[in-house]
Design a protein around this ligand. Structure first.
Ligand code: 6GU
Length: 251
């Protein structure tokens, strides 16, 4: 079982998300455990202060190292191995390959969430194994990133999504393409028609159309992904067709 521990000043954020929907069911079924730990419980003094002014001056506050080290010391009393992650824009870019790597991790995933303007660098130096970034933008804290990381890992665990979804293209060992468009009833809504091929009942034509639309979207929206996608000779034929079609759109 994947065990995730999230050290945070806002455990309610983690508990709220992790108890709902797929993640909530995955916990109930014993595929994963998500445990929130309040860093404030490990802070000293009557006021349990977790942050302080930065050495060198300047604005903002910095999260103190001690409460975070103390919290991890406590966790380690169980003798379990841990991979300690720190969500931050300075980290290794999180992608599907990183999610697959983490979902196969035998150690516990312990995620330290920073808040405010920063965390004492000795947490990174003395505790953290990997800094992980969701992308080139700044969140106000690590909690959303921690949940995104956990969510992406948990849906890769066999059984979590159930049979139907685990066999669908995007959910297991991603082929690197964007998803094809989806439709459900009615066949016409506000004048917009469901593509005829999807109503045809011809499974082979449906399969080919979906593959082609996945390729089309990827070529148009994220051409950078095409180079690393897993493509066969049919895909090359479809790409040639798409390039003709898309070229003719400009006429
Ligand atoms: Cl992982 N953390 C924070 N705080 N901000 C981010 C991020 C992570 N990834 C992008 N922005």
């Amino acid at each position: 079982m994947l065990v995730c521990e999230v050290l945070t000043l806002f455990p309610g954020i983690i508990d709220a998300y992790a108890s709902e929907s797929i993640l909530g069911k995955a916990q109930a079924s014993g595929f994963v455990r998500v445990h929130s730990i309040n860093i404030r419980d490990f802070a000293e003094g009557k006021h349990r202060v977790t942050d302080d002014q930065p050495y060198g001056g300047g604005g903002g506050m910095v999260m103190k190292a001690a409460p975070i080290f103390e919290a991890v010391d406590r966790l380690r009393l169980d003798g379990e191995e841990r991979r300690i992650l720190f969500p931050s824009p300075q980290g290794r870019r999180f992608d599907q390959a990183f999610a697959e790597e983490l979902s196969l991790e035998s150690r516990r995933l312990t995620i330290v969430c920073g808040r405010y303007e920063g965390v004492d660098e000795r947490v990174m130096a003395g505790l953290v194994d990997d800094e992980v970034s969701l992308g080139d933008y700044v969140l106000t804290g690590g909690e959303l990133a921690a949940l995104a990381i956990i969510d992406a890992c948990v849906r890769l665990i066999p059984g979590v999504l159930g049979d139907a979804r685990s066999s669908s293209v995007d959910s297991f060992s991603w082929d690197g393409l964007l998803d094809y468009p989806h439709y459900t009833r009615p066949p016409v809504y506000r004048g917009m028609r469901v593509p005829e091929v999807l109503l045809s009942g011809n499974h082979e034509e449906v399969r080919r159309w979906r593959r082609k639309e996945a390729l089309r979207r990827t070529l148009v929206r994220r051409p950078d992904l095409i180079d690393r996608a897993v493509l066969d000779v049919e895909d090359q034929t479809l790409i040639t067709e798409i390039k003709k079609e898309e070229g003719h759109e400009q006429d």
